[in-house]
Design a protein around this ligand. Structure first.
Ligand SMILES: [Zn+2]
Length: 362
């Protein structure tokens, strides 16, 4: 082809046609940006009704709220990561768990990563935690004093599992650990709890009486100093993709035995292969995630910090958005939202606590 005889415009259209033929139609530049860089740079959530878009490992969310750095029964760890954001239903549940756990004899929760302000893939760690419905909670009891920010960045968590045997370190495991996991699994909203296989085995071997909750406790790599609590898609999130239900049995049989073979622990044959988060562009995420990135935020992190259903948050209202692309909001999705986050909603009474419909128990 003598391209020199063609005008630049014609050359471009020939190039576009060639790319289209090759299945590589030119994308707008923004679509090629790595989603983790864009979402990882967000400092504040969207000032919108809470809504999850996509799947736990491929999505984003609007209307996130932060759990306060300190509560009577919890402390947030690694605050510099700015991952104390979640769907208000999750934040409310973490706070509830912290109170219930203390009543059960656990000294209080150390909160690990929840999500970035607008979710999405993270710059480091975690394949999931993208739609505001996942939270990591340390298996280390909370100290009886308020830790400094510096201490929260550096304090190590207790590793509960032996690297070689993949069994729980018996000197460390207590009935209080079991009670904490049982309590977390007791909430209908919680669909699964990820723990190290050694922890699952410990529970399988020791839990007497009601064992129905073991169904929700799922073995997975890592999760040896924290557990991961996942709640289901919440009302008002029609584009949230639910995860398959866990099997009905306690999961203590064959699937658990597999974890105590060589297979799951063989070294990764291709350790340098890029991870999903390194490849994911905006084009890979649900289309609503572009609107989530572009939507205005609240005035400050404090304005979007969750203080329970009944405590109003006094902040300047967020700018009125012109983004009709964010889907319509239902009253149930705004229940319990701080008023500052309701700029997109048509229901001014949302500061009043409304009973949240519970998903059917699975
Ligand atoms: Zn996690």
């Amino acid at each position: 082809m003598k391209s020199s005889t063609r005008s630049p415009g014609a050359r471009n259209s020939v190039l576009a046609a060639a790319l289209a033929l090759a299945g590589l139609a030119a994308q707008p530049a923004a679509a090629e940006e790595r989603a983790k860089d864009l979402f990882g740079a967000e400092k504040l959530p969207t000032a919108a009704a809470a809504q999850s878009f996509g799947f736990y490992s491929k999505g984003c969310f609007s209307g996130g709220v932060a759990i306060p750095m300190d509560g009577p029964t919890w402390q947030v760890m690694r605050p510099s990561r700015n991952r104390r954001w979640g769907h208000p239903a999750l934040i409310a549940l973490i706070e509830r768990l912290s109170r219930d756990a203390v009543a059960d004899g656990w000294p209080g929760l150390l909160i690990g990563d929840i999500a970035q302000p607008r979710g999405g893939p993270m710059l480091t760690g975690h394949a999931s935690h993208q739609i505001g419905l996942d939270a990591d909670i340390w298996l280390t009891p909370m100290p009886d004093r308020t830790m400094s920010r510096a201490r929260r960045e550096t304090m190590s968590a207790t590793l509960m599992v032996d690297d070689k045997t993949h069994l729980v370190k018996d000197a460390l495991w207590t009935p209080r650990h079991t009670a904490l996991l049982k309590r977390a699994a007791s909430y209908p909203q919680v669909e699964r709890i990820l723990v190290n296989p050694g922890i699952k085995k410990k529970l399988c071997d020791t839990v007497k009486g009601d064992r129905s909750w073991l169904r929700k406790i799922r073995p997975f790599w890592g999760h040896d100093y924290h557990f991961h609590m996942r709640i289901g898609c919440q009302p008002g999130s029609p584009n949230c993709k639910a995860q398959e239900a866990t099997p009905d049995d306690d999961g203590c049989g064959k699937p658990l035995a597999w974890w105590f073979t060589q297979e799951p622990w063989r070294p990764n044959k291709n350790p340098d292969a890029p991870k999903a988060r390194d490849l994911m562009t905006m084009a890979n995420l649900p289309k609503e995630c572009r609107a989530v990135l572009d939507a205005p935020g609240p005035a400050s992190a404090e304005a979007a910090t969750y203080h329970g259903d009944t405590v109003p948050i006094a902040v300047a209202p967020a700018p009125v958005p012109e983004t009709p692309s964010l889907p319509a909001v239902t009253a149930s999705s705004t229940a319990g939202l701080p008023s500052a986050l309701n700029a997109f909603t048509a229901t001014p009474e949302v500061g009043v606590p409304v009973p949240r419909p519970r998903p059917p128990a699975k």
